[in-house]
Design a protein around this ligand. Sequence first.
Ligand code: ASP
Length: 397
Amino acid sequence: MVVAKFGGSSLSDGENWRRVLNIVKEGDRQAVVVSAPGARFVGDEKVTDLLFKYASSDKEQKETVWQKVADRYVDIANFFGIDFSSVLEETKLKLTGASVPYVVSRGEYLSARLFSLLSGKKFIDAARVVKFDEKGEIAQRLTYQLIEQSVLQSGQNAVMGGFYGSDKEDNIVLFERGGSDVSGAIVAAAVNAEKYENWTDVSGVFCCDPRIVLNPVFVKCLSFFQMKILALLGARVLHPQTIYPTVKKSIPINVKSIYHPDEDGTWILPTTKKRGDVVGITAKKVVSVEQIEFKTPLTSPTPLLSIITPAFCRAVFDEETFDATKITGDGVLTTTHATLISVVYDGKKNYCPTIKKALEKTGLPANVICDEHGLAACLTAPDKTAEALRTVYKALE
Ligand code: ASP
């Protein structure tokens, strides 16, 4: 079975819904997971953002905000000449006194209801099948069982909203932002899908952010592990947690564009051939205590910093590289004044000297460290991020 997840940008307006419905029909994609409609143009508000706004608005404002949400679905329904007003009305009535997660989850809920009407697929309410435990984690066995049953009952012809589920008491629980990717992966794992397609508005994964580097190299294939590292280090591809459900069952992930459905996209596989290729150059503001902490005592003559991602990429920096740092509690360091530039690559090549030389030539800090398992990293000032990314990209091209 194929599980296909469509993100907010691929469901932003009627035209895109038409593309998505064709993709689902033509490719016989049995189980579909949908996001709430995303932005249609620069500056447009995503439905999820509007719903967060609704939740924090006063009574009068709520009316205006809800109207904006409803209009998004009405526009799409009108595009196909169908009437969606009763579902919208019924949804609105249930918002009074509802919790924030309930309100916010209605974006994905309404997308799935509308998709069901338009495609004939059976609607599965994620609140009934995606169950969270007391710790706020997915109750995996129960969730997989419930999803498998529902998908089978639908005759393998189902649509579910991503991004939410519910706890033991049936209260709605949200995933982190961007979490529909994870919902899709959970469905794929639950039904033992042959592949998990993640459809978006770009052709797949690029080696570097195309808004910064002109025509960056397209990455045809990368490993689950590399994908997770890239997501953690700032690549805006999939939610980092997408990997967990699929990795356990070795389900390949295929990132594809709704604008070029015939292109192969990017494959994320259990392992890849080690050819020494660079698969990603990322930038991430260093602010989170999860990523950076002191690994050596603060009293050490040269305090060292480590990136805390999986044990393999314990990269070390000299503290000198930071210009503004704050040390909290247990030697944990936070800073809002540095960007971490990372290079993720296949194999054991040592890219350090090349990166270092290029940065030095440009007059940028060149305190580069390399890990023998496929990570090189350096810190730079936030206002030099684009310059550093371009320099590193060019040096490795
Ligand atoms: N709609 C949610 C968000 O904007 C979840 C998602 O799209 O994955 O974060």
